[in-house]
Design a protein around this ligand. Structure first.
Ligand code: FBP
Length: 546
């Protein structure tokens, strides 16, 4: 048996807190019929069997008996702390309904359903994973469940295992696909329910109905702890500028939350940069000015938080990437097969604007941008080391200013990327409780015959006993968007709202943080101790729900 840490052993004994409505016998309170957030006619046409269903809430109810049933569960996409507790919640939830119920886990993501790879999740397995991070109980994967052939392959194993319902734990795309699958099985009368569950550390699966996606809380607390430690080091040695890139494929929620937690000198928000139409040079100048201003006060140190998706939100770079994707897959380029891509592109093979943008980039980054492409022929922006790109451009600008007599400080930069460190951390109390509640809610949605629903828990800034658990029809969150050249129904991705309270709170304080040293040191996630420390939610949620 694998050796366990003292904390792991102690956390096994933790009983996640549940909303009152899920603590005993449960009954369902149904609301009015719903509509999709936009494009109602198109969405309704595409989802005739699952459109317009009511939101449901679970409240204390009478004791009931439930027939035996089997349930399947899938983890989809990137890891997020608390995934195991969702599965534990489903397991405990269905066992409470009927001890003969069984839970099957499909292995390594949605591909496990298509390829019929699964295992029964027995009590012994479940107990090994209570309150642990990671997705290793059954593994995860990024296979997209979107083809009829996959749905049909899935139904074979579903029938073989006599599964009544499938729970798909994933992000916006996976839940969109869960909705499509629910509709398909309903239209075919296969008698199989499909339930979704909101996961992603990126925090971009949220809306009127979903207060937060699970994993965001733990991941941000993990990053904030380390950034806080770095800030204390910076403030002690007073000689380094730390450029810290933070995960979050597209939206800047993680960077914003960490900024609200640690009060860095600078935090870039991609959505704001896009809205202001800023150039790379604008961003570099902004950072260099802060470095110079702090140097004038004798502070040759600082921290800069950079969201992972930044590069794609800078309008000029976005335009450059779009043209590069076309040009680097063109026959002209393939025929030329140049030894030096950048030189070839700059030699009249790009539009004037994009030639200027490419020429302005440091050569190593121009090479990264024009080099390796993904299997679809797109530039791999995630491989671009934005933190190094920015610091080297800031260094060049400061050198220039030094020559012009405008700056006389010292600039020494260090680089960090925090992403994978936080995705499998042991869930905070919030994520442990939230995920377990989502799992129990999913079991209730199944028991009550729902399909095409996502399990939800609301009122999450209140103590867990006051949380409100239920389900929301996924069609309610859909709108039509262009994907790969075709209009498709999708759950709208939530980017940072520049009119929202979290961004406004940050914007109101950032000038002070930039000039002065206002660092906050959040320390590690706490599991034992006062509730105001151990059960604290994110600043994002606090501001949003205020
Ligand atoms: P999900 O959207 O699937 O939750 O994944 C989020 C994420 O962690 C992003 O923050 C990151 O850009 C990406 O996954 C990394 O993907 P991979 O695990 O394939 O390296």
């Amino acid at each position: 048996m694998a050796k366990k840490s003292a904390l792991q052993i102690a956390r096994e004994a933790y009983s996640p807190k549940l909303p009152l409505g899920l603590q005993g016998n449960v009954s369902v309170k149904e609301g009015a019929p719903t509509q999709s957030v936009a494009d109602q006619e198109e969405v309704k046409k595409l989802f005739p069997n699952t459109y317009g269903l009511p939101i449901v809430e679970f409240v204390a109810g009478e004791e009931k008996t439930y027939p035996q049933m089997n349930v399947g569960v899938i983890l989809s996409g990137g890891q997020a702390p608390g995934g195991h507790n969702v599965i534990c919640g489903i397991y405990d939830g269905i066992k409470r309904l009927n001890p003969d119920n069984k839970l099957y886990g499909f292995l390594l993501g949605p591909g496990g359903l298509v390829d019929h790879k699964y295992k029964e999740l027995t009590g012994d397995i479940i107990n090994e994973y209570r309150n642990t991070g990671g997705f290793d109980m059954i593994g995860s994967g990024r296979t997209k469940l979107e083809l009829e052939s996959q749905f049909e392959s899935g139904i074979e194993i579903i029938r073989k295992l006599d599964i009544k319902a499938l729970v798909i734990i994933g992000g916006d795309d996976s839940n969109t696909n869960a909705c499509v699958l629910a509709e398909y099985y309903a239209a075919k009368n296969y008698g199989v329910q499909v339930i979704g569950c909101p996961k992603t550390i990126d925090g971009d699966l949220k809306n009127e109905q979903i207060e937060t996606s699970f994993g965001f809380d733990t991941a941000c607390k993990t990053y904030s702890e380390v950034i806080g430690n770095i800030q204390r080091d910076a403030n002690s040695a007073k000689k380094y500028w730390h450029f810290i890139k933070l995960m979050g494929r597209s939206a800047s929620h993680i960077a914003l939350e960490c900024a609200l937690e640690v009060q860095p000198n600078i935090c870039l928000i991609s959505e704001e940069i896009q809205e202001k139409g800023q150039s790379l040079d604008d961003i570099v100048t902004y950072i260099a000015e802060a470095v110079s201003q702090r140097a004038a006060n004798g502070d040759n140190f600082g921290t800069v938080l950079i969201p992972e998706g930044l590069i794609e939100f800078i309008p000029a770079v976005k335009r450059l990437i779009a043209e590069l994707n076309d040009v680097l897959s063109s026959e002209k380029y393939l025929a030329a097969s140049p030894a030096d891509n950048v030189a070839w592109l700059l030699d009249g093979n790009l539009s004037a604007d994009n030639t200027a943008t490419l020429a302005s980039l440091p050569s190593s980054f121009a090479a990264q941008l024009t080099g390796e492409r993904d299997p679809h022929g797109n530039v791999q922006v995630s491989l671009i080391e934005t933190e190094k790109l920015l610091s080297s451009m800031v260094a060049t600008k400061l050198e220039q200013w030094k020559k012009e007599g405008k700056y006389s400080g010292k600039f020494s930069a260090l680089h960090h990327f925090f992403g994978y460190e936080g995705r499998c951390a042991a869930p905070s109390n919030f994520d442990a409780d939230y995920c377990y509640s989502l799992g129990v809610s999913a079991s209730q949605l199944i028991a009550n015959g729902k399909t095409g629903y996502m399990a939800i828990v609301k009122n999450t800034t209140r103590p867990a006993s006051e949380w409100i658990a239920g389900g929301v029809p996924i069609t309610m969150m859909l709108n039509m968007e262009k994907r790969n050249g075709r209009m498709k129904p999708v759950i709208r991705k939530a980017l940072v709202d520049l009119d929202g309270a979290p961004f406004k709170a940050f914007a109101a304080m950032r000038e002070t943080w930039k000039k002065e040293t206002c660092y906050v040191y959040p320390g590690p996630i706490q599991y034992f101790g006062p509730s105001e420390v151990c059960d604290k939610t994110t600043e994002t949620l606090r501001y949003e729900q205020q």
